[in-house]
Design a protein around this ligand. Structure first.
Ligand SMILES: Cc1cn([C@H]2C[C@H](O)[C@@H](COP(=O)(O)OP(=O)(O)O[C@H]3O[C@H](C)C(=O)[C@H](O)[C@H]3O)O2)c(=O)[nH]c1=O
Length: 185
């Protein structure tokens, strides 16, 4: 597996070792020992799958307290996946990083606790699969407006299809300090 640093320290792209043969392909999506050797999580406690049609945008979401780190990937289709640093006191607070994830490129994106996450679907359909470092706690579910001008994400889609919750998420500047994760150097 190859680990690629991004402009957001802590958020890394992973290119797994893919084994192809006449039958198709095989690759490990997570291996605790191998991930541990790269300083990546050796434990996940929840696995999610979602399916979305072209132009859907899910995000920007985070959980606080009890933040979730997420190892995200696309089983089928293509998305533009985005992480935003929303940790109070972080030198990269409010900055974002995006990467194209697809069934074709098999890329994974590791998004540590304390980041908001979202994706926009670039293909007719996308099946999105991800592992989380903590379980979902409905009362801790939170969001940041997808098109917050202070963050300025270029989602690669126009007029996305959003849930009502996402369409009305607050701007980062309007979120109370105690509702945001804290940066730990
Ligand atoms: C996230 C989650 C949701 N749910 C239930 C709650 C709702 O009744 C339903 C749909 O939830 P939501 O609209 O929040 O689903 P997404 O918009 O895909 O949210 C996710 O999308 C972005 C990209 C993320 O990074 C988060 O993992 C997560 O917030 O599933 C659960 O039962 N368990 C869960 O872990």
């Amino acid at each position: 597996m190859k680990v690629i640093e991004t402009g957001l320290p802590g958020c890394v792209i992973i290119d797994p070792a893919v084994f192809g043969d006449a039958r198709g392909f095989f690759f490990e999506t997570w291996n605790a020992e191998r991930f541990g050797q790269h300083g990546l999580p050796t434990n996940f406690v929840q696995s999610n799958v979602s399916s979305s049609s072209r132009g859907v945008l899910r995000g920007l979401h985070y959980q606080w307290p009890r933040p979730q780190g997420k190892l995200v990937s696309v089983l089928r289709g293509e998305v533009f996946d985005v992480a935003v640093d929303i940790r109070r006191g972080s030198p990269t607070f409010g900055q974002w990083e995006g990467v194209v994830l697809s069934g074709e490129n098999k890329r994974q994106f590791w998004i540590p606790e304390g980041f908001a996450h979202g994706f926009a679907v670039l293909s007719d359909n996308a099946v999105f699969s991800y592992l989380c470092t903590d379980v979902y706690v409905k009362e801790h579910d939170a969001g940041v407006r997808w098109n917050d001008p202070a963050i300025g994400v270029d989602w690669q889609v126009d007029a996305p299809l959003l849930s009502d919750k996402d369409a009305h998420a607050p701007l980062l500047a309007d979120i109370a300090e105690d509702r945001l994760p804290v940066f730990a150097a």
